[in-house]
Design a protein around this ligand. Structure first.
Ligand SMILES: Cc1cc2nc3c(=O)[nH]c(=O)nc-3n(C[C@H](O)[C@H](O)[C@H](O)COP(=O)(O)OP(=O)(O)OC[C@H]3O[C@@H](n4cnc5c(N)ncnc54)[C@H](O)[C@@H]3O)c2cc1C
Length: 444
């Protein structure tokens, strides 16, 4: 099914402009940020006939963007928020253990507290995480199909691999210990196959024997080079008529609550609408549009082992180390770790070394090549809200500015659906999904 080109029927009213705006009117729209979210917004807006300018000081799909270095997972099962009931009990351990999948730097703790407290509260009850899982599912349930359609349209279909995704566990008990997470997935229409040790190792002979149980998500897909993918989508947008403006946006010219221009270090861009899709840097722009957002970076790392001695048939998520292991065009990428340290702090490459250590215990054959293999390391910023849902919808200070950021752990997968929602809102037509769960002033 081609979701990108279809307009499904819906009665959701995404904007109070919908009553009086001519849906066919072409607008001048400036999209701030050319990561996956900005690229997807631009393509959807062009589809509607708008005049689109993409603004980014960096190379689209470049290393500065979270969209460059992620694990590439396109999983309808990524509906489980990071903050789950009982998380607060683990926080002291995270402060003390440098090797856990989540670490918090002591020095950053005071500045992080407002985010951290809300983050813990957002996952404090089962009802809250159910609400968030439903909201994420609306953006993720068709993610593999949406990406396949988008990649085909942009002439890069090979960058989306539909080989399923594998969640591996030491044993069934470890899987069952995550019962709430899998129940949330089940309740949101995710289907899977359970694999015993034999089936799991038949599929992935390189996998260490410490993993004796796995869940296979046949509907899952992955991107084989997220940076190249985003660059290609932006190129596609420019071929469709978008203008790429290499500048840093700093604010807006808003008069009488109407937008006149986006301000950049390369001059003013006159426009009718703007989309804030600047990832972790969206916070200051949102403030300029009237919204104080509590957004922080859940910093993540990856290592890429070039020319690995084997090519895993399927991407793997390790249940114990929480690493996403994906075969990319440049090598085997091991991505993961959540580090709360502030955006400006220098990378702690010991976190990347943790990933390497985990890789060696996940695939024993890897350890032998570490001394000789070319290994690249990267750190990036997941733009994370406290409840794990992105902010999508009009800004409080000016309805002409539309937020599209805060995608945390699921921005690659949910980018296309987010772009579609943003285009529906800007088009002033009924939105394809209910926009309320992503509104800047959402109720729960
Ligand atoms: C280790 C790791 C693993 C991950 N794994 C996955 C995964 O498997 N699947 C998944 O779905 N998600 C994953 N994610 C999350 C995903 O990468 C992000 O949610 C997503 O990339 C966010 O996209 P974005 O477009 O909002 O931001 P970004 O990709 O960060 O792009 C923002 C862009 O805005 C530009 N910009 C910044 N400031 C300005 C300004 N003032 N003016 C103009 N432009 C500006 C930047 O240069 C940048 O190009 C992972 C993240 C990490 C770190």
């Amino acid at each position: 099914m081609d979701h990108e080109n279809s307009r499904d029927n819906s009665s959701h009213n995404g904007s109070d402009r919908s009553q009086n705006q001519d849906p066919s009117a072409a607008l001048r729209v400036v999209v701030i940020g050319a990561g996956i979210v900005g690229a997807a917004c631009a393509i959807e807006l062009l589809r509607d006939g708008h005049h689109v300018t993409l603004v980014d000081p960096g190379q689209p799909g470049g290393e500065q963007a979270a969209s460059y270095g992620n694990a590439g997972w396109l999983s309808p099962a990524s509906v489980v928020p990071m903050s789950m009931p009982g998380l607060w009990k683990k926080i002291p351990g995270y402060l003390l253990d440098k090797n856990s999948p989540l670490t918090i730097r002591w020095r950053a703790l005071p500045a992080l507290l407002p985010w951290l407290v809300r983050f813990i509260l957002a996952g404090a009850t089962v009802a809250r995480v159910e609400t968030t899982a439903r909201a994420l599912s609306a953006l993720l349930r068709d993610a593999p199909a949406r990406h396949r359609a988008l990649a085909a349209e942009a002439g890069i279909p090979d960058l989306i691999a539909s080989r399923g995704l594998l969640y591996v566990y030491p044993d069934r008990a470890a899987f069952e210990a995550e019962a709430l997470a899998w129940r949330l997935r089940h309740d949101n229409g995710v289907h899977w196959k359970e694999l015993d040790a034999r089936a799991c190792h038949a599929l992935l002979p390189e996998l260490a024997q410490k993993y004796q149980f796995a869940i296979l998500l046949e509907q899952g897909a992955h991107c084989t080079d997220p940076g190249r993918y985003v660059a290609a989508l932006v190129r596609h947008a420019t071929l469709q008529g978008a203008v790429l403006h290499r500048a840093k946006a700093s604010g807006f010219d808003i008069r009488n609550r109407r937008l006149h221009a986006v301000l950049t270090d390369g001059g003013e861009l006159a426009c009718d609408r703007a989309v804030i899709a600047a990832g972790i840097h969206s916070k200051t722009l949102a403030k300029a549009a009237g919204d104080k957002i509590i957004l922080t970076s859940e910093r993540g790392y990856h290592v890429v082992i070039e020319n690995p001695p084997f090519k895993p048939a399927v991407s793997v998520m390790t249940g114990d180390a929480k690493t996403g292991n994906t075969l990319t065009l440049s090598g085997l990428r091991i991505a993961g770790q959540v580090e709360l340290a502030g955006v400006q702090a220098a990378p702690d490459w010991a976190r990347a070394d943790n990933l390497l250590r985990h890789a060696a215990t996940t695939y024993p054959a890897l350890a032998a090549v570490f001394k000789t293999a070319v290994i690249r390391r990267w750190m990036g910023n997941r733009p994370s809200t406290t409840d794990g849902r992105p902010v999508l919808g009009p800004a409080s200070g000016c309805q002409d500015v539309v937020h599209a950021f805060g995608h945390g752990h699921v921005g690659l997968a949910s980018g296309p659906a987010s772009g579609r929602l943003v285009a529906d809102i800007i088009g002033g037509r009924p939105t394809f999904i209910d926009p309320a769960p992503y509104a800047v002033k959402r109720r729960d």
